[in-house]
Design a protein around this ligand. Structure first.
Ligand code: URA
Length: 192
């Protein structure tokens, strides 16, 4: 079934597929450019995101914004969303069944945006999108190509806030993501 944005957003807003729908204030669908070359995927909304209905607006989001800006990426370059669209109570990890109930919304978002690059922010997103055995400390920063889409994972900005030793590798990853973006755009210019 091919959905357009309006249909997809309507389905998300009316979703009651899992118990997170009972405690949410808002469904948090995504932000940024719907024609972006990069799709960032976090884990799930936190308190501020739930209250405002927008992903990555709390402390982790502010760090992410700073890193994106410093890496030379602007809002036209990216779309940001999460594995689950409703806040898990007390910011616990989303359960497998909650992720399963929600993952089709993410697939639809991917099909509509069609990014060249997917960036998983943290372990939960990397396991759900790249590989269930993903080990964030060992496997981050490594590109994987699947059907012409390049995927990479980096530390979640909340993890960077908790442990400053993660800041340098997270920053290296962000610069690498920007480098890859420019490379892919250049290749496309040459081909096109
Ligand atoms: N953490 C996430 O994974 N997603 C958000 O939207 C906010 C914090």
């Amino acid at each position: 079934m091919d959905l357009n944005w309006e249909e997809l957003e309507g389905m998300c807003l009316n979703c009651h597929k899992c118990p997170l729908s009972q405690t949410r204030h808002n469904v948090v669908i995504g932000k940024g450019s719907k024609k972006a070359d990069i799709m960032f995927i976090g884990e799930g909304p936190g308190e501020q995101e739930d209250l405002q209905g927008v992903p990555f607006v709390g402390a982790a989001g502010q760090l992410l914004d700073k890193m994106l800006l410093a890496a030379g990426l602007d809002e036209n370059d990216y779309y940001i969303t999460n594995i689950v669209k409703c806040r898990p109570p007390y910011n616990r990890d989303p359960l497998e069944e909650e992720q399963r109930a929600c993952i089709n919304y993410l697939r639809r978002q991917f099909l509509l945006v069609r990014p060249k690059i997917i960036v998983c922010l943290g372990r939960i997103a990397a396991k759900a999108v790249i590989n269930p055995d993903f080990k964030i400390t060992k496997d981050r920063g490594i590109w994987i190509e699947r059907k012409n889409t390049y995927m990479i994972a980096t530390f979640h900005p909340s993890a960077v806030l908790r442990d400053m030793t993660k800041k340098k590798p997270a920053w290296e990853d962000m610069k690498e993501i920007r480098r890859k973006l420019l490379e892919l755009r250049k290749e496309q210019q040459i081909e096109g």
